[in-house]
Design a protein around this ligand. Sequence first.
Ligand code: SF4
Length: 499
Amino acid sequence: MNKTSLDDKTWTQQRIIDDQISRYLDNGKDFIDDAVLDALLEDRTAPDRKRVEDILAKSLSVETLSPEEAACLLRVDDPELLDRMKETGAAVKRKVYDNRIVTFAPMYLSNHCVNNCAYCGLRRENTVIERRALTLDEVKQEAAVLAGQIGHKRVIAVYGEHPSYDIDYMVDSIRAIYDVKVPTRRGMGEIRRVNVNAAPLSIEHLKILGEAGLGTYQVFQETYHHQTYSRIHPANTLKGNYRWRLYAMHRALETGVIDDVGLGVLFGLADWRFEVIGLLLHNIELEKRFGIGAHTLSFPRVEPAANTPYTSRSSRRVSDADFKKLVTVLRLAVPHAGMIVTARENADIRRQVLPLGCTQTDASTRIGVGAYGEDTARQVGEKQQFLLGDTRSLDDVVRELAEMGSITSFCTAGYRCGRTGRCIMELLRSGAEGKFCKMNAVLTFREWLDDFATPATKTAGEKILAVELDQIKHKMPSSYPRLLESYRRIVAGERDIYF
Ligand code: SF4
């Protein structure tokens, strides 16, 4: 492991580069104007049906909504109109992403952190946490379990912010994950896509990360509300700098080597309506400035964490009903974006939220550092950032998805074929990406069923596969022969064939 020789204070001082914030400001202001958002959300009168239907039509044509339009949807309380919104959100998802759900696993590489966020079990002052960071050998062992025993093809590598785990460690660990190849039942298992959830980085460090094979770069703002942000992120910490975080994606896209970014909010810190508009504004800002919006939106809710009273005290906790509404409005507001619901939520809520337009979910999730290599899936609060709501296996989740009519896609082809950034935005908006995705979902799902599925999941999965093959045969007749030939090669044991 690469340890820095700098003491913590020097490291902290060098971390934030003022010019890499100020260059994006507009007359000294950032793009979140709390007063404007508050005014937008002040009106609580029910919108008329015609106005709502017009907005839904815009969303269905895969156009990003304006903040005013999203605020209008947030005001809908009429159950019938809410159902219309949910139906349209599901239709938008089907149009852009069909019935595919992508799965991934988070991999926590370290839980040391210099920050002190009130809601987080890993905050610096939380002395009950057992701190640990993986060596590169341990990173490989974790990847081997995920790729060889569970069958994941994508991970999100999660890093705390600490001087011991610098950019070299991040690069080495990403490469270590990609390097792992392990035998499976019929072929070889490997992680084909490493996304990163990490602290905001400088343009220089982001460039290095991009060149190391970073997939999506995720930084969640946690809350867009300035005052709330300051209250829960102490000013004397790195994370206390709102704008360093807010412009993390600007810096990423400015590198020219990263063109795939994921935004998110930790719901339960401020008014959830404010956060929905904040997320939308962030996406609009990136689209305007770089021509590339968020590839994914995440909407975790605050969950209990060991020795972290804030998580049960917050007056801003989001009810299940409001959670479903915010997912619906986000789905409609940013129609091109992938939507990630995670195992923070319990199985029942995931079941209810997935059909609202989600496209990605995790499974077999463990968030303790090194937890995939441990014998038990039992959660230990003192070893993890928060407590998960759903610890079901990937096999269980895949089977349930199949029974709900969704195909689990393990595809990572788009990134490896250069279908990212502006290119993927265009393909998603036009629906053209769907053609590749549908075929790659079939091929990767076949692979996974043969390599990892239990007999019950294989049976459920094969029913979905038969439907998908039939659809491709009739809707994409010119592509079908090529697909069938690849499918037969996969069945015969060949791996990683994609379009
Ligand atoms: Fe550190 Fe992230 Fe937890 Fe804040 S939320 S204390 S930055 S791990």
